[in-house]
Design a protein around this ligand. Structure first.
Ligand code: ADP
Ligand code: MG
Length: 361
């Protein structure tokens, strides 16, 4: 297997820069997730690794060796796509055998490798069938198998599960994860789905408009987002981001008619004289109906409406001219239109610079 490094890689299409000065090191045996909204450059980054696009600046290295001038077929990377890209007229066996035939492996060796991978992926019973007779999940497993038989240094996954229904997505996700651990393979997995990224990744890089916003473990990304983009991209329901102004020594004003006292633990950060506008970030699960700590902040809100989500409710409340999302238990202790107080521990709040969106606390 292999480690993979980007050094100051940039790529433009015409005048549009799609990848900006990308620096990244993916470790041997790591499942690394690239997460970002549609159009942020994820597929382009994979295509640069596979050699399907040329970079404009910088270097990509596999095991320390620059691959800029290595032909795609000699890079030893395998890519799995959302649309499977299986050969429709070939049987599953022939689909799996194809990359080996191209490489002129002897027939008995091909048989051995295909049988082994088919067994690993639960495809043994399906080898004589054609792709169109398979379910989406089975087809995706064949696509995976076709990548595996090549024994590549690096696997690239481009939103491989987005064509599957929700249940299959979760089970195939678990299969990929366990396969990755069994093989100890280096995998780069692209998705726009934050839940998929959090559940799969050893580490995640969050991308926006071709720039890395943050690299970290799922826990770090969730608990310590680098900026408001990362904070709002990860987590469901979305984090509450309240635009606030430090109005005097003791309170910050939220919108026009709400304010919260400045918590003791925020003072040093906020009273440096430089910060006037901040964004207060509160995850929906950190808002409670009851006080838990003496220094909890109190938000006076009104319930707008509630959403049922099976195991819980999501409450939407107004706070001044802002809307708050609150993750609630199975029971909702309040009705629409009711005025309620919500409590949050200041330790569980995030503070961002109101001008550039960087996290300050
Ligand atoms: P993602 O996979 O994150 O959705 P892509 O990497 O596919 O994003 O695309 C990033 C940006 O580059 C998009 O704005 C897309 O329109 C543009 N783009 C991608 N491929 C080409 C191309 N071959 N020619 C011109 N623009 C492209
Ligand atoms: Mg894409």
């Amino acid at each position: 297997m292999a480690d993979l490094e980007f050094k100051a890689v940039s790529k433009a299409f015409g005048k549009t820069i799609v990848v900006h000065d990308l620096n990244l090191r993916i470790k041997d045996g790591e499942l690394f997730v690239l997460l970002g909204p549609s159009g942020c450059g994820k597929s382009t980054i994979l295509r640069l690794i596979a050699g399907l696009e040329y970079l404009d600046e910088g270097e990509i290295l596999i095991n320390g060796r620059a691959i800029n001038n290595v032909a795609p077929k000699d890079r030893n990377v395998a890519m799995v796509f959302q649309n499977y890209a299986l050969y429709p007229h070939m049987t599953i066996y022939d689909n799996l055998a194809f990359p080996l035939k191209v490489k002129k492996f002897p027939g008995d060796q091909i048989r051995e490798i295909v049988q082994k991978q088919a067994g690993l992926l639960g495809l043994t019973e399906l080898l004589e069938r054609k792709p169109k007779t398979l379910s989406g999940g089975q087809r995706q497993r064949v696509a995976l198998g076709r990548a595996l038989v090549r024994n590549p240094s690096v696997f690239l996954f481009d939103e491989p599960l987005s064509n599957l229904d929700a249940k299959l997505r979760v089970s195939t996700r678990a299969e990929i994860s366990s396969l990755q651990r069994t093989l100890n393979a280096t995998m780069i997995y692209v998705t726009h789905d934050q839940e998929e990224a959090l559940s799969l990744g050893d580490r995640i890089a969050i991308l926006n408009e071709g720039r890395i916003q943050q690299i970290g473990s799922p826990q770090e990304i969730y608990d310590q987002p680098a900026n408001v983009f990362t904070a709002s991209f990860v987590g469901s329901p979305r984090i509450n981001l309240l635009e606030a102004r430090i109005s005097d020594d003791s309170v910050i004003a939220i919108g026009n008619d709400a304010e919260v006292p400045i918590a003791e633990s925020w003072r040093r950060t906020l009273h440096n004289g430089k910060t006037e506008f901040v964004v207060l970030g509160i995850r929906p699960e950190n808002l409670f109906y009851q006080r838990h700590n003496q220094d909890d902040l109190v938000l006076k809100t009104e319930v707008l409406h509630t959403e049922f989500a099976g195991d819980r409710h999501v409450l939407f409340c107004t706070l001044g001219n802002e809307e708050l999302r609150v993750k609630s238990g199975k029971a909702i202790p309040s009705e629409e239109g009711e005025k309620i107080e919500l409590f949050v521990n200041p330790q569980n709040c995030l503070l961002f610079d109101g001008k550039n969106g960087e996290r300050i606390l």
